[in-house]
Design a protein around this ligand. Structure first.
Ligand code: IPE
Ligand code: IPE
Ligand code: MG
Length: 244
């Protein structure tokens, strides 16, 4: 059996180019992207993936034309409403990471409702990164840490990387094993900066709306071929039964 990543993180990119290639509006591209996202979630559940983190809207995406930002918000709200029952039925725990306070109130309500409704599910955990930026995450964590240190509630000298992780938006979630980015771009675009330290990266030219079950299979095959050395040499890894 091939070795699977426990946690997959995805930069879902290329909706705009997918639409342009077809003479459609960017909005149509985003709608097609939502469908690909729905399929990915299903396929990850089918594979028994434990955690999936999706980059849905970055802190920099506010800089897009107002009309597109509005559409993305609308689409996010609609998809959440439409999908939450199915996610819940599939025993998926849905969570959100990012600076959520910036969203319209009704979207925040929907986010909280989705969280609340699925919080006791113990199947796959689905983490949706919205208004998320890796630098924002590190900075908000630092601020909390400084605050606690000032109040004498933590010992700065013994404070470890593991301790720090607990202040990040991904607290309690293992770091991603595999990062997938579609559309041919080979950059992180301010996604999980701390958490991706030792993640295997998989880049494909496929545009996000075309990322189907076969594309996921290719990414999983590529992952299974990787040797994760974490700084060690190959000879130290033999016989531990993992690609770690
Ligand atoms: C990804 O597709 C979706 C979001 C960033 C919200 P893009 O909209 O970035 O598509 P391209 O990069 O313009 O093709
Ligand atoms: C990254 O895609 C963010 C999301 C997929 C949500 P972008 O399309 O915003 O990234 P850049 O700007 O090309 O780096
Ligand atoms: Mg893009």
């Amino acid at each position: 059996m091939k070795l699977l990543p426990g946690h997959i993180a995805v930069v879902m990119d290329g909706n705009g180019r997918w639409a342009r290639q077809r003479g459609l509006s960017r909005n149509a591209g985003h709608r097609a992207g939502v469908e690909a996202t729905r399929l990915l979630v299903e396929n990850c559940v089918r594979h028994g993936i434990k955690a999936l983190t999706l980059f849905a809207f970055s802190s920099e995406n506010w800089n897009r034309p107002q009309q597109e930002v509005g559409l993305l918000m609308e689409l996010f709200l609609l998809s959440l409403k439409r999908e939450i029952s199915r996610l819940h039925k599939n025993n998926i725990r849905v969570d959100f990471l990012g600076d959520l306070g910036a969203f319209p109130a009704r979207l925040q309500q929907q986010i909280n409702a989705a969280r609340e409704r699925t919080k006791n599910n113990d199947g796959m955990s689905l983490h949706v990164a919205v208004n998320y930026g890796g630098r924002w995450d590190i900075l908000q964590a630092v601020k909390k840490v400084v605050h606690e240190a000032r109040q004498g509630r933590l010992d700065v000298d013994s404070f470890s990387e593991q301790d720090f992780s607990r202040y990040l938006a991904t607290a309690g979630v293992q770091d991603p094993d595999l990062l997938i980015r579609t559309s041919g771009e080979q950059r992180i675009s301010n996604f999980l900066l701390w958490q991706l330290a030792y993640t295997e990266c998989y880049f494909t030219k496929t545009l996000w709306p075309d990322f189907d079950a076969a594309e996921l299979e290719l990414a999983l095959d590529a992952y299974a071929q990787r040797q994760r050395r974490f700084g060690k040499i190959a000879e130290q890894l033999k016989g531990n039964g993992e690609n770690a």
